[in-house]
Write a protein that binds this ligand. Structure first.
Ligand code: FAD
Length: 386
């Protein structure tokens, strides 16, 4: 193995993907520095569950043994993997009959924020550092001064390479792609929230539909419904099963949708015709405070950027923002990390040079992700077209 000679890798963004990259570089003894605009790891609240499926082995391969066990402990249902049949169903939302049954595959459904905490173990994140400016210097004699990142709080980070991993609205992407960095918005409204099910309600739902998550379309309204378990009583400690229900429908800009009451009324209208065994969950949404989870659905199929002479790379949602209708954006982010660190290993083994690392990384991302973004977009459209 040769010594690493590309300078420090700056990681802007400590989401799941940025933290996994930090873990992986740490394992390879490659110098890095990671920073994030959040004030702390817990600043974002609970978030949502994510299923890691086709990239599961890649993720585990990049983690130290003790963290692998912790990742299994972050499952939304404890030890679920031991008896998981892996089935994923897509139902007719009006009667619960599965219309698509995706065959079993190894998967782990984990709480995203807990996964993030686990991935931050042993990683010294500079919190409260929001990247606002990036400068590169091709002539810098000190390799660690080729990239300079300035943060809103005045902090400055310098290194040889910058990885922009700030999620779908990446600031790095706005600098690498000044004319085409904007997300492409879909004309779909996506809203839902967290509810609590009793033991009895959860058991009925789990045996009738699925214990972890399922999705479906209501034919009459062409609205999309999504159930996902977030935590069992072992975690909630109050005997309830914390769950997330989400709905989406073709947006009508004229529909009133400003106040919590209007939002709830809209959810009720678009959930008309939902199987009664699910409809009651809509009533559990917290209509008084209006603490709904609302997302603007958007994607970025370009998946290509100006690397400023091999100095800036994008990773995760920053380079392939996609809607969640195929549940694989994070899997792609994990695959990006695996791809990049494999290439770095080849560099350390003297098999390729840095030019080739960047070239192969970018080509591979474009080939894999452009299509994936469009497939997710299509899945979103199809979910509202019975
Ligand atoms: C409801 C929902 C369900 C999903 N389910 C799945 C699933 O089942 N399977 C799956 O594979 N994917 C799923 N996804 C997608 C998955 O959540 C994302 O792909 C993944 O979280 C992206 O990770 P990331 O690290 O790239 O970005 P993020 O998680 O967005 O992290 C970016 C980080 O960058 C920081 N940041 C932002 N701007 C700056 C800045 N200027 N300077 C410094 N730091 C900055 C942020 O604070 C954040 O910590 C789902 C998404 C949603 C919305």
């Amino acid at each position: 193995m040769t010594a690493w000679d590309q300078g420090k890798i700056l990681i802007s963004g400590a989401g799941v993907v940025g933290l996994l990259l930090a873990q992986s570089l740490k394992k390879l003894n490659i110098p890095y520095e990671i920073f994030d605009r959040d004030e702390s790891i817990s600043a974002r609240g609970q978030g949502w569950g994510i299923t890691i499926h086709w990239a599961l082995n890649d993720m585990l391969s990049m983690l130290p043994e003790d963290l692998i066990k912790s990742v299994y402990d972050a499952q939304v249902y404890e030890n679920f993997h031991e008896n998981d049949n892996g089935n994923f169903i897509y139902i007719n939302g009006s009667n619960g009959i599965p219309v698509v049954n995706i065959p079993p595959a190894p998967r782990l459904r984990v709480r995203r924020e807990e996964l993030r905490v686990i991935l931050s173990t042993g990683i010294d994140v500079n919190w409260g550092c929001q990247t606002i400016n990036i400068e590169t210097d091709d002539d810098a004699t000190d390799i660690n001064k080729r990239v300079t990142v300035t943060c809103k709080n005045g902090k400055v980070f310098q290194g040889g390479i910058l990885m922009g991993i700030e999620g779908s609205k990446s600031v790095t992407r706005s600098i690498t792609n000044p004319t085409n960095h904007e997300l492409q918005y879909l004309p779909i409204r996506f809203i839902g929230g967290t509810i609590e099910l009793s033991e009895d309600e959860y058991r009925k739902m789990a045996t009738t539909f699925s214990p972890l998550l399922f999705q479906g379309t209501i034919p009459q309204t062409e609205s999309f419904f999504w159930y996902s378990l977030l935590a069992t009583p072992k975690y909630t400690k109050n005997g309830t099963y914390k769950s997330q229900i989400m709905m989406s429908w073709k947006n009508n800009p004229d529909e009133p949708f400003d106040t919590p009451e209007e939002k709830y009324a809209s959810i009720k209208i678009h959930s008309k015709g939902l199987d009664p065994r699910l409809q009651y969950m809509i009533d559990y949404l917290d209509k008084s405070t209006g603490s709904f989870m609302e997302l603007q659905l958007a994607d970025w199929p370009i998946c290509d950027w100006n690397d400023f002479n091999n100095k800036i790379l994008l990773m995760g949602d920053a380079c392939h923002a996609m809607t969640m209708y195929r549940g694989e954006a994070c899997n792609h982010g994990i695959a990006d990390v695996k791809l990049f660190t494999n290439l770095c290993e080849s560099l350390l083994n003297g098999k390729i040079d840095w030019n080739a690392v960047v070239g192969k990384y970018k080509t591979s991302i474009k080939d894999r992700c452009s299509e994936a973004v469009l497939l997710s977009r299509q899945a979103c459209i199809d979910a509202h077209d019975w």
